[in-house]
Design a protein around this ligand. Structure first.
Ligand SMILES: O=C(O)C1=C[C@@H](OP(=O)(O)O)[C@@H](O)[C@H](O)C1
Ligand SMILES: C=C(OP(=O)(O)O)C(=O)O
Length: 424
């Protein structure tokens, strides 16, 4: 009988030796999904190499195909994308699973379609807010409906924007800003995009967006810390090399320090342009991580850091986590729940802060715990790290890593980690 994902379990057997070997993280999810969209908006053929092939990028690629873009996949890390310079109305709603980037980016890009596009996702995505982006698109003269403030979103575009400036509240997600920036270059007039406040989590993701836009020929200029001006250049097809995923790298960095091993990622931490690479400085300080870690500029690394912190010499308070509550799941809750499932009080929520109690003596203990991953790849991947040191850590629904890192379990196995249960 086949089991549903939710019924699958994987128990990690602590290796009892330092993890050593070579593992290359997959291509960056964030950069792959930006490049796919920009290549799809361009006229001509772009070759994207080093790309991530996972649930999130498949949803993006399939959605673009449904809007008339030709995409071939000559190998495991390459997309060859041929656009006509225009996206066409999709016949069916675009189903984007729980891919935040695909959902937000395509909602704005749908304004460039002359016709109606429905953007939808799975039950998790249908709880992730998109109202601020909807409000901004309306201010740009686009007819958009999202009854619940979350997907599904119906965008009735005309292929252009009806205004030349917009203010966006990006408090819940920087992806709204990235989405507007990338779509804006496809209009017929320059557009000014302004943040409602200067406070924004993960500003580095906006830098990634601007860099990708430049690579595909757009002109975008940051005129102040909170204003970008985008020229109506459209995009030029180009060949583009995608760097490895910094968020995926965090698990390997953490596995290395936690086991005292040596894992060659084939790429130096300092060479990444993605925000999560900043977490390397903190990981490298293990077991003397700082007492307070501000997660706001490296949000996707927080699950990794929080699980690592459980083995630190001293407790760690994580701040700047408010928008972790609207990711694939409420990550503050999932982390405190999972940690306290390993040992009561190990992870405590204080407002939006997460306090990790820390105990190096956890290593070597047997503390059976079934970790509920809430269908969140990062909860699964981070708690697997606890299983490298503690006997009895079982990850529920381990297949959810397919969102961004389908080979995660295989890579751990290649480093000598054994499991009880079938690797998905
Ligand atoms: O722009 C991006 O590629 C991303 C931005 C961040 O999301 P928010 O801006 O929603 O915090 C991050 O968590 C996500 O994994 C990828
Ligand atoms: C938050 C994440 O993804 P997204 O918002 O792209 O779904 C993530 O990958 O941790």
């Amino acid at each position: 009988m086949s089991m549903s994902n939710a019924e699958q379990k994987l128990t990690i057997l602590p290796p009892g030796h330092p993890l050593e070997g070579r593992v290359s993280p997959p291509g960056s999810k964030s950069i792959t999904n930006r490049a796919l969209l920009l290549a799809g908006l361009a006229k001509g053929t772009s070759r994207l190499t080093g790309a991530l092939k996972s649930d999130d990028t498949r949803y993006m690629a399939d959605a673009l195909r449904a809007m008339g873009v030709t995409i071939s996949e000559p190998d495991d890390t390459t997309f060859v994308v041929t656009g006509t310079g225009r996206l066409l109305p999709a016949q069916k709603p675009l189903f984007l699973g729980n891919a935040g980037t695909a959902t937000r980016f395509l909602t704005a890009a749908a304004a460039l379609v002359d016709g109606t596009v429905v953007v939808d996702g799975d039950q998790h995505m249908r709880k992730r807010p998109i109202a601020p982006l909807v409000t901004a698109l309306r201010a740009l003269g686009v007819a958009v409906e999202a009854e619940t403030g979350c997907p599904p979103v119906t965008v009735s575009g005309s292929g252009d924007f009806g205004a030349d400036r917009v203010t966006i509240d990006a408090g819940l997600s920087s992806q709204y800003v990235s989405a507007l920036l990338m779509a804006a270059a496809g209009g017929t007039r320059p557009v000014n995009i302004e943040l409602a406040g200067e406070e924004i989590g993960a500003r580095g993701y906006i830098d990634l967006t601007v860099a990708a836009m430049h690579a595909f020929g757009a002109e975008v200029r940051q005129v102040s810390p909170s204003i970008w001006q985008v020229a109506p250049t459209g995009y030029r097809a180009t060949d583009y090399i995608i760097e490895p995923d910094a968020s995926a790298a965090t698990y390997l960095w953490a596995a290395e320090v936690l086991t005292g091993g040596s894992i060659d990622l084939g790429v130096a931490a300092a060479s990444f342009s993605q925000p999560d690479a900043k977490s390397y400085e903190v990981i490298a300080r293990f077991p003397h991580m700082p007492a307070i870690i501000d997660g706001s500029q490296m949000q996707d690394a927080v699950p990794t850091l929080a699980v690592l912190a459980a083995f630190n010499e001293t407790p760690v308070r994580f701040t700047g986590l408010a928008n972790l509550r609207v990711k694939e799941c409420d990550r503050v809750r999932a982390l405190s729940t999972g940690l306290s499932n390993i040992r009561p009080g190990l992870g405590i929520e204080e407002g939006d802060d997460l306090l990790v109690a820390s105990d190096p003596k956890l290593a070597g203990q047997t503390l059976p715990a079934d970790i509920d991953t809430f269908a969140d790849h990062r909860i699964a991947m981070s708690f697997a790290l606890a299983g490298l040191k503690i006997n009895g850590i079982t990850i529920l629904d381990p297949g959810c890593v397919a969102k961004t890192y389908p080979r995660y379990w295989d890579e751990l196995a290649s480093l000598g980690v054994d499991f009880e249960g079938d690797r998905p």
